[in-house]
Design a binder for this molecule. Structure first.
Ligand SMILES: Cc1ncc(COP(=O)(O)O)c(C=O)c1O
Length: 396
């Protein structure tokens, strides 16, 4: 009998019974090394690992806590192998380094998590790996594929303005042209969006966000459903020496148990905030794919099972000083990067970044909110008061 994913997430990796009893929670198995019963076992375990089995021969590979988290993330994403990394960014970099060699080219959607551009300029370019960017709304991706293109790397919805991509169409194209399609699935977290089912080869996650969910862990994951890709990612991960602590694996596992209920509440709160913002005279446009007015709404309805707490909005007037006064006047939304924790956060988008996005032609100041799990009426009151305070505060 197949079970609902909510049930799978509660039970994934549950410890087995020993002597008739077992703890509910997976033990935190901290170790830097592994003991072997004898030289025969030492040889056999090393051989099994070399043949691709996910078995630990050394502390860096992680033990029971890591395996349990990998099992839960594989259940979420519908993957067969999950590689845990020390941050979301390292999961992205691992994907590029595992798949690309000097002379190779990757085609990247222009609304991806922006630090990838720094990885491009400061690391990949030095290695002779070439990246170019496309706008999903403007460009015909097929025309941009080169003979050297090995990887199509996207993020849907995109960072900041949440442009929804037609992933099944991109997957068809990638498969037709023999290119790997990888997607950053941090927004969907495997729960709201399952790229591997839609045809992508690789799903990349910042577990730092909703998976851990409590703003106390840095972590990433690369998930695949293909044995050949798994070998390539495993080798690159081993060679880069990527490892996470058992304590951090435990924290993400604890977070994942409540992912469905947290996401449902984030969505409910974000919708209330989005409706408030849409009706507010100071607001230009609200970017949130769950709103029927959002240009990505139809694709979101087709491919996603829900939304989360991230939304952005532009001000009606092109007044950067007003935007700053508004952000400074907020009390419940803390100014800070990241998202996916239980708390509300706000960030002012740098105008230069916005201009890279051509799906939307937004030129006014954009504010990004992470709508947390506080009471939604309190959050709306905070936003409402901040608009009033910003309107009467002196210009800087
Ligand atoms: C979409 C997306 N991917 C990846 C990352 C990177 O994750 P981390 O902060 O764990 O390196 C972030 C961080 O904000 C993100 O928003």
């Amino acid at each position: 009998m197949s079970r609902h994913i909510d049930t799978e997430l509660i039970h994934a990796g549950s410890p087995p019974f020993h002597g008739g009893a077992a703890p509910v929670n997976v033990p935190v198995v901290r170790t830097s090394t592994v003991r072997f019963a004898g030289t025969a076992e030492y040889d056999s375990i090393h051989e099994r690992r070399a043949a691709g089995e996910n078995i630990a021969s050394y502390g860096r590979h992680g033990l029971e806590t890591h395996r349990a988290l990998e099992t839960a993330i594989n259940a979420l994403e519908g993957g067969t192998r999950c590689f845990l990394t020390p941050s979301g960014l390292s999961a992205i970099t691992l994907t590029f380094l595992a798949l690309l060699s000097p002379g190779d080219h990757a085609l990247v959607s222009d609304s991806v998590y922006s630090p990838l551009r720094r990885v491009d300029q400061q690391l990949l370019r030095r290695l002779g790996i070439d990246l170019s960017y496309f706008s999903p709304g403007r460009d015909r991706v097929e025309d941009l594929i080169r003979p050297q293109t090995r990887l199509l790397y996207v993020e849907s919805p995109g960072s900041l303005l949440y442009e929804v991509l037609d992933l099944p169409a991109l997957a068809q194209l990638a498969r037709r042209r023999g290119i790997v399609l990888a997607t950053d699935n941090t927004w969907g977290s495997g729960y709201l969006y399952r790229p591997l089912q839609l045809g992508a080869h690789i799903s990349v996650l910042a577990a730092t966000k909703y998976i851990s969910g409590h703003s106390d862990v840095m972590q990433g994951a690369v998930v695949v459903g293909d044995d050949e890709l798994a070998v390539r990612i495993a080798q690159a991960s081993d060679n880069l020496g990527l490892a996470i602590s058992a304590d951090d694996a435990y924290l993400s596992l604890r977070g994942i148990r409540t992912l469905p209920v947290r996401l449902a509440q984030h969505q409910a709160n974000a919708l209330q905030v989005a409706h408030f913002l849409q009706a507010h005279p100071r607001v230009g446009r609200v970017f949130y794919p769950a709103l029927p007015s959002d240009p990505g709404h139809a694709l979101w309805q087709r491919d996603f099972s829900g939304a989360n707490g991230l939304l952005s909005f532009s001000l009606r007037e092109d007044d950067a000083d007003l935007a700053r006064r508004f952000v400074d006047a907020l009390e419940l939304f803390a100014i800070g990067a990241s998202w996916g924790g239980y708390e509300s956060l706000v960030q002012l988008a740098a105008p230069a970044r916005l201009h890279e996005h051509s799906y939307f032609t937004e030129r006014r100041p954009v504010v990004r909110l992470h709508v947390g799990l506080e009471n939604a009426n309190d959050l709306v009151d905070d936003l409402s008061r901040a608009f009033q305070k910003a309107a009467v505060a002196p210009r800087r």
